[in-house]
Design a protein around this ligand. Structure first.
Ligand SMILES: [Zn+2]
Length: 446
């Protein structure tokens, strides 16, 4: 089993300078490889990563494109892992593209990386670095201080150095033994979780989880800092003789003032802070949910579709539903929690969780409603969470199939239960009962 530990670094200014150059090399090699790939493909060839790498190795110290202003091959100063890895990454990106295409998912072709817009990172192979407590020895630059020790014991597979705003991190991939990968649960509940906008999560146990408060304050500050930066950009445009709010012709480079650079850095730091607040919140929530439940049911939120709805978009991206879902998926594996994703069409909000009557008239605004059949008073989110929970138990309510138009009002139609999709595990290991503790042998049974 593989785990990755991402650790913040405390590099010296010289080390930062090397990191920046290595990221630059990785980015430029990626762009070269992608361009060459596209060119060969358009010419009817069948490009592959290994051949491209060979082709690149033949020119990287001689081609004028890869020499600095003094005619020196600057790539020689960067450790070779940084400029070899982009070829593997590119091959993987194409593989993913074709796999998505085959599965009928929305596929994205690999794209060129733009300086300042892409994620800055480079790779170091496992035999090229060593760890010693809170230091990591990297090729070319020696020992770099880390903020903490590597938490996992096992075979080290590789490391990626990356930058977020003005901080540097190393993510170390480790192959850990099963006993370390699988974790013990503290309790074995069965719960449905309704993800929403008013409250981030409503658990069928009745608990309501709100978004973290610092997030709201930071988002307000984000508006202010974005405005400050855009004013400086407008000023730079004006000084260069462009109209206000004019679209610049492609390739235009405006002079960057010191104040604009500082302002951009402050904005980037704030973005990173917001991402940290979000990640901290979702990590704590998802760990808790998986640790305390043997079965969890969530909705298959169509995040992309929802983001197209502008009003919802803000609230949704604020809490990061996509992140929440993917964290639940991998943590469910570690805790042996059975994660059930309800079908997108399962009307969890509309069904009465007591008698199964379907409220066709329910709108997004209705926070509370009363069942016309049994008279139960419902809180929208809690009712949805209860309906989701029922998908994990034997008592799921009958639901008309999404293709039939309404008519489920009486609940007497043939019982077509909302489709339940157990999360698929890579190793093919699947637990279909949703109730069994399948990792009991690894945990000390208390
Ligand atoms: Zn009812």
């Amino acid at each position: 089993m593989q785990l990755t530990h991402k650790i913040a670094l405390r590099p010296t200014p010289e080390q930062v300078d090397y990191f920046e150059r290595a990221c630059d090399a990785a980015r430029r090699v990626w762009n070269w490889a992608l361009n060459e790939w596209n060119r060969q493909y358009a010419a009817g060839g069948k490009p592959n990563a290994m051949a491209l790498k060979k082709q690149f190795n033949a020119i990287k110290y001689t081609d004028p494109q890869w020499l600095d202003e003094n005619g020196r091959p600057w790539l020689q100063d960067i450790h070779r892992d940084a400029h070899a890895q982009p070829f593997r990454n590119l091959a993987k990106a194409w593989e993913r593209f074709f796999a998505d295409l085959k599965e009928g998912k929305k596929a994205h072709k690999p794209r060129f990386k733009k300086k300042g817009r892409c994620r800055d990172s480079f790779y170091v192979a496992n035999d090229k670095f060593t760890l010693n407590g809170k230091t990591i020895r990297l090729p070319r630059i020696g020992e770099v201080a880390m903020t903490e020790e590597l938490r996992f014991a096992g075979k080290i597979l590789g490391a990626t150095v990356s930058r977020t705003a003005d901080r540097w991190f190393v993510a170390i991939q480790v192959e850990v033994p099963d006993a370390q990968f699988y974790q013990c649960r503290t309790s074995h509940g069965v719960n449905g979780v309704d993800l929403g906008i008013k409250a981030v999560a409503t658990i069928s146990s009745g608990e309501v989880i709100e978004a973290p408060k610092p997030l709201k304050a930071a988002l307000r500050r984000l508006k202010i800092r974005s405005r400050r930066l855009s004013r400086k950009l407008e000023a730079a445009k004006k000084a260069a003789g462009f109209e206000r709010r004019a679209r610049l012709p492609k390739g235009t480079r405006l002079p960057v003032s010191n104040n604009r650079r500082k302002s951009a850095a402050a904005l980037a730091r704030l973005h990173a802070r917001i991402a940290n607040i979000r990640a901290d919140f979702t990590h704590k929530l998802t760990t808790r949910l998986c640790r305390e439940n043997q079965a969890l049911v969530i909705e298959d939120l169509n995040v992309k579709g929802m983001l197209e709805n502008e009003k919802l978009a803000r609230a949704i991206s604020d809490v990061g539903f996509g992140m929440l879902r993917s964290q639940l998926e991998y943590k469910a594996r570690r805790y042996g929690t059975h994660l059930i994703i309800a079908d997108r069409w399962y009307p969890s909000s509309r069904l009465c969780s007591i008698c199964g009557w379907k409220n066709e008239a329910l709108t997004l605004r209705d926070q509370k409603w009363v069942c016309a059949q049994c008279g139960a008073h419902h809180d929208r989110d809690l009712n949805a969470a209860l309906n989701l929970k029922r998908l994990a138990t034997e008592t799921a309510l009958p639901v008309a199939s999404p293709t039939s138009n309404g008519g489920a009002a009486s609940g007497t139609l043939p019982a077509v239960v909302g489709k339940v999709t157990p999360v698929r595990y890579d190793d093919g290991q699947q637990d279909t009962s949703g109730q069994e503790e399948n990792r009991a042998h690894l945990c000390a049974l208390s």
